[in-house]
Design a binder for this molecule. Structure first.
Ligand code: ADP
Length: 271
């Protein structure tokens, strides 16, 4: 025979219901304590939520790959990013990964299809979120990894906005004064990588003009001591060899010891 529910039973059930409502509607009561209350878990039940990412305490030790569109930044960045203790982030890829139905995705389409830069505030915010996500996912470990950036900072405004976040150890300037060679490379890329912004020569020329007017002053901003000029018309492997040999001579300050591991990885790669 089924046991009849008594008044005490209903009272207990109601108390539990109210407890549940109360807990869920109290925003600060999240994670461990809420789960414990809901499911009557023991006090020593392991945490259900990851600890929040600690706010950035040291600047990210960074190498910048700098150059005109088509100079080979992405090629070099990808190779460097495949070496242990290097984390590569290309700003163009961050934009291209956006859903083009969102306002941000639409803004990217609008500016890039005209050969213009996306406004600085949006760009730096989006980029910062992407880097912090990588830190949170432990893909980029700032205390032991080098950050390799390509495509950002792309003007002096962005260099200033990122100053608090990154400590630039070297700027690799992939130099290619022959603009026609760059145009030819970009046209080839349009076919190979299906890049809509490379498909039209007029847009390509505008991007090169934007580079001259807005991006090049970044070199002056960082100063000659930080800049390593590399001939971008050389085969990619030679460009890489030059970058790696410079990196192996670099130790990050503050995290110098730790970053020496990354330099050693680069040396192994060279060997
Ligand atoms: P590129 O080979 O021209 O350097 P990217 O993939 O780096 O190509 O960038 C493609 C487009 O994305 C740019 O033309 C620009 O519209 C936008 N973009 C990328 N990075 C930035 C940035 N740091 N600031 C503003 N716009 C950017």
């Amino acid at each position: 025979m089924q046991k009849k529910a008594t008044g005490a039973f209903w009272k207990k059930k109601e108390r539990r219901r109210q407890l549940v409502i109360g807990i869920w509607s109290f925003p600060k009561c999240v994670g461990r304590s809420r789960a414990r209350a809901l499911f009557s878990l023991p006090k020593n039940f392991p945490r259900l939520r990851e600890k929040p990412i600690p706010s950035q305490s040291v600047k990210y030790q960074t190498f910048l790959i700098f150059g005109a569109p088509g100079s080979g930044k992405g090629t070099q960045g990808k190779i460097l990013g495949s070496i242990p203790r290097f984390f590569h982030c290309a700003c163009g890829d961050v934009f291209r990964s956006l859903d083009t139905r969102t306002p941000l995705g639409q803004a990217f389409l609008k500016y890039s299809s005209r050969g213009e830069l996306v406004p600085d505030e949006i760009t730096v915010k989006l980029w910062k979120v992407r880097i912090e996500d990588a830190v949170g996912a432990h893909v980029f470990k700032p205390d032991i990894d080098w950050l390799v950036l390509d495509g950002i900072p792309r003007n002096v405004g962005q260099a200033k906005l990122t100053e608090e976040i990154i400590d630039v150890k070297k700027v690799f300037h992939l130099s290619c004064p022959d603009r026609d060679a760059l145009v030819a490379r970009l046209k080839k890329r349009a076919l190979k990588d299906n890049r809509f912004d490379d498909a039209n020569e007029e847009v390509i020329r505008r991007r090169l003009a934007t580079y001259e007017a807005e991006s090049k002053p970044v070199l002056e901003y960082y100063g000659a001591d930080l800049i390593e000029v590399i001939d971008a018309t050389q085969p990619p492997v030679k460009v890489l060899a030059k970058i790696l040999s410079t990196i192996t001579g670099c130790n990050g300050n503050g995290n110098g010891q730790i970053h020496a591991y990354a330099s050693a990885e680069a040396e192994n790669f060279l060997a």
